[in-house]
Design a binder for this molecule. Structure first.
Ligand code: AMP
Length: 409
């Protein structure tokens, strides 16, 4: 029969990768829980309107990347392409504005975007992210940036670079958009079709274009970061002061606009020089208007999301070191039951243990134990038990399974 393959842009996680992912998950959990962020989860699918309204109808994500379908009841459903709008939806739905603010949350899970698959870019991928909702204190912006720095440092991620900017308020951005549009219109023949077509609706997206003509036009375009209102400029200066204090190296980059519409004030992006074309490890920023846009009270907030697969690609995070592992071998099937009981007893005491389950000869079992990385093999023989040290090859007898258990735990 024909083989059935996983859909384009998706991947299976095999055990070695799975262990590295679990290692990263543990790093995230420790780092974020320590900073007071609570674990949070929302459904994999949401009402399509959440993303249309929350992320913005003129963004790439909403215009062309969503997996959207009607359910059997005729409701339009979308597989979540990002996590911030769902978390804010949940914050409003559960009246979390009544809790002490800020509410700090973190999540880890699958996300879906219909993009052209390539190395580091998938249609189903995993994000880890955090949101701090309910305060505009610049220390939350700085803290969130430092937490992502910390996660990446602990994962030994190579070639990390941080870029930072501020977009001001939605109103500053509107005025600036008009100014930028004028500039782009004056050079419209040099722009890519895509940028020209979006000039009316979203001229800022020009900064995301890698079209050479567009980039040339942008070199002397006005920068939003030079148009900030005094209180926004001061907020940004406070964020920077805290990052400087923490000795974080970053670059202020006035061309950083981020792909999603909800950002205000601070925006940032983490990249790795190790990743080639898909270099973004993660990014985020402040989104002071989003909770209100989703029907909640005016509520400032900041957060980020990072791509788990990309972090793993750029990190030296091998499978976790296993302290020890024992393999139970036997030279006649009649000895299996005793061996099986010993395995249960070892596992119950927290020692990783395995037993032959595929009918190999004793010689084959020892080879298999070696392949599995066992440091010790307990061999059940008709004449008694032997405990073999796989590193030195030395063997010593044990009087019974009970004695072996004592010796090994
Ligand atoms: P974004 O919300 O688009 O900034 O995404 C945050 C992070 O998620 C990015 O920096 C990437 O690391 C990761 N990411 C986004 N889209 C994909 C994708 N299609 N495949 C793999 N990772 C992705």
């Amino acid at each position: 029969m024909d083989k059935i393959q996983a859909p384009r842009g998706t991947f299976d996680v095999l055990p070695d990768d799975g262990r590295a992912r679990l290692g990263l998950l543990r790093i995230c959990e420790e780092t974020l829980e320590r900073a007071g962020y609570g674990p949070f989860d929302t459904p994999i699918f949401e009402a399509t309107e959440l993303f249309e309204r929350g992320v913005g109808e003129t963004t790439d994500v909403v215009e062309k990347e969503m997996f959207t379908f009607d359910d059997q009841g005729g409701r339009s459903i979308t597989l979540r392409p990002e996590g911030t709008a769902p978390v804010c939806r949940a914050y409003v739905e559960h009246g979390m504005h009544k809790q002490p603010q800020p509410v700090k949350l973190w999540y880890w899970g699958p996300f879906f975007r219909y993009e052209a698959p390539q190395a580091g870019r998938y249609r189903q991928f995993t994000q880890v992210g955090l949101e701090a909702i309910g305060s505009d204190d610049p220390s939350l912006d700085a803290e969130s940036i430092l937490l992502l720095t910390d996660v990446l440092r602990r994962a030994h991620t190579r070639g990390v670079r941080v870029r930072l900017s501020s977009l001001g308020t939605a109103e500053t951005r509107r005025t600036y958009s008009d100014e930028l549009r004028e500039h782009l219109l004056a050079h419209q023949n040099d722009l890519s079709d895509d940028v020209r077509n979006r000039l009316d609706r979203n001229p800022l997206r020009a900064f995301d274009s890698d079209h050479p003509g567009t980039q040339a036009v942008l070199t002397d375009a006005p920068r939003l970061i030079d148009r900030l209102a005094p209180e926004d400029a001061e907020h940004f200066a406070d964020v920077r002061a805290l990052l400087d204090e923490a000795n974080l190296e970053y670059e202020v980059d006035g061309t950083l606009v981020r792909g999603l519409d909800y950002y205000t004030r601070t925006v940032f992006e983490f990249e790795s020089t190790e990743l080639g074309a898909q270099s973004a490890l993660g990014g985020g920023g402040r989104y002071d208007g989003l909770v209100e846009m989703l029907g909640g009270p005016p509520t400032p907030a900041v957060g980020w999301a990072a791509g788990v697969e990309r972090i793993l690609l750029a990190s030296e995070l091998g499978p976790e070191e296993r302290s020890r592992s024992i393999f139970v071998a036997y030279d006649a099937r009649g000895l299996f039951r005793d061996g099986f009981s010993l395995v249960q007893a070892l596992r119950a005491r927290g020692v990783p243990a395995n037993i032959e389950q595929a009918g190999r000869s004793l010689k084959g079992q020892l080879k298999h134990a070696d392949r599995l990385g066992a440091d010790t093999v307990v061999i059940f023989l008709d004449e008694g038990l032997e405990i073999r040290d796989m590193k030195t090859g030395e063997q010593r007898p044990a009087a019974s399974a009970e004695e072996a258990l004592k010796l090994l735990t």
